[in-house]
Design a protein around this ligand. Structure first.
Ligand code: ACO
Length: 321
């Protein structure tokens, strides 16, 4: 049995923060942010607006496109680094909101690679017959773990959610997924406190993203180049057969480097980083949804997804849409 994406959905909070807004908050300029990252604006959740709120909207839109009702869903996976609560998981909260009962529901935490990890796991459920209609969501409120006085991180991230419905199909959809991690790089990108390692710091509002951006940048470019090769080799496929690159949206310079490696013109790359910033696990499904709804990505197109993030984690997915 194959697994195929039959619906996509996305949701962004209404509140927008432009580079000009950030100029008033930290020592930065629109020029620096645009040149170094490609980001012009990002969406930020209002106080009280949570990851599950965003996930629910994206999930409902994906189900609507797939022509499915929540009753059809038999697996819910939410990739997030910013769950509403320690527990229940955001997936269980989403399950309750959708009035779905009994099916497995759980979160996956692989930071910016979270959606690719979630897609891989859902694919295995569908391929083995354990699920027929999976809801796979990437949802984040990264704004909650940013130090808004740290110009090296606060200009980079945004909030949002993206979702896909992954269904059992006779026709091939997901062709392969490739997951990796190397925990030895934690000092380059992390939130240094959490539940077990300093909950007092969390309560004191000190648990924020720390990143050695320049070093992360170099590892990301090299690693993504390698995973693109791994994916093509595994499928015995030529670069020219890829219709669309749907990359994790961290930085336009990282995205362009991967596109160059694939010899893909930027017209064949879905870019949302300018409008969304880095929404971590939400960025790939959000980008996919944008390109599906504006008519660029069509049924039958060959898509390459790739992501790199904290952990370090990295991964890719090749699929026939
Ligand atoms: N405005 C103005 N100046 C700034 C800002 C800012 N917002 N931030 C940093 N600078 C300054 C630095 O202080 C530095 O000044 P100095 O030369 O006087 O020391 C200068 O700009 C250059 O800093 P770099 O860090 O070398 O800049 P770089 O070109 O590497 O761009 C960036 C920084 C955008 C963070 C880039 O390195 C990057 O995108 N890194 C990868 C991010 C990523 O992919 N993360 C993984 C996913 S995220 C996740 O998993 C949660």
């Amino acid at each position: 049995m194959h697994a195929r994406i039959t619906g996509t959905g996305g949701y962004l909070p209404a509140k927008v923060l432009t580079n000009a807004d950030l100029e008033r908050m930290v020592d930065t300029t629109d020029e620096w942010i645009t040149e170094r990252t490609g980001i012009r604006k990002r969406h930020v959740a209002e106080d009280g607006e949570t990851t599950c709120d965003l996930a629910e909207q994206a999930a409902r839109r994906a189900l609507e496109m797939a022509g499915r009702s929540p009753r059809d869903v038999d697996l819910i996976i939410v990739a997030t680094t910013t769950p509403d609560r320690v527990f229940p998981s955001t997936a269980c909260q989403l399950q309750r909101r959708l009035d779905v009962h009994g099916c497995p529901a759980f979160d996956i935490q692989a930071v910016c690679t979270g959606f690719v990890y979630a897609l891989d796991v859902a694919n295995r459920f569908v391929q083995t017959g354990a699920a027929r209609c999976a809801l796979v969501v990437g949802a984040e409120t990264l704004s909650r773990i940013l130090d808004w006085s740290d110009r090296t991180t606060c200009v980079l991230f945004g909030d949002g959610a993206g979702a896909v419905v992954l269904e059992a199909s006779e026709e091939p959809g997901l062709l392969s997924t490739h997951l990796h991690a190397d925990g030895s790089f934690e000092n380059l990108l992390m939130v240094p406190y959490g539940v077990s390692q300093g909950y007092d710091k969390v309560l004191a509002g000190e648990a924020f993203i720390q990143m050695k951006g320049n070093e992360v940048f170099k590892v990301a470019v090299n690693t993504l180049g390698r995973i693109v090769d791994e994916t093509l080799e595994h499928n015995k496929m030529d670069k020219a057969e890829i219709d669309w690159l749907i990359p994790h949206q961290a930085n336009i310079r990282i995205i362009s480097a991967t596109a160059r490696k694939l010899r893909m013109p930027m017209e064949r790359v879905v870019v949302t980083v300018d409008e969304h910033g880095n929404t971590s696990a939400a960025s790939i499904p959000l980008a996919l949804d944008v390109a599906v709804r504006d008519g660029r990505v069509r049924k039958g197109d060959m898509l390459m997804m790739e992501a790199f993030g904290g952990g370090f984690t990295w991964g890719s997915a090749l699929l026939r849409f």
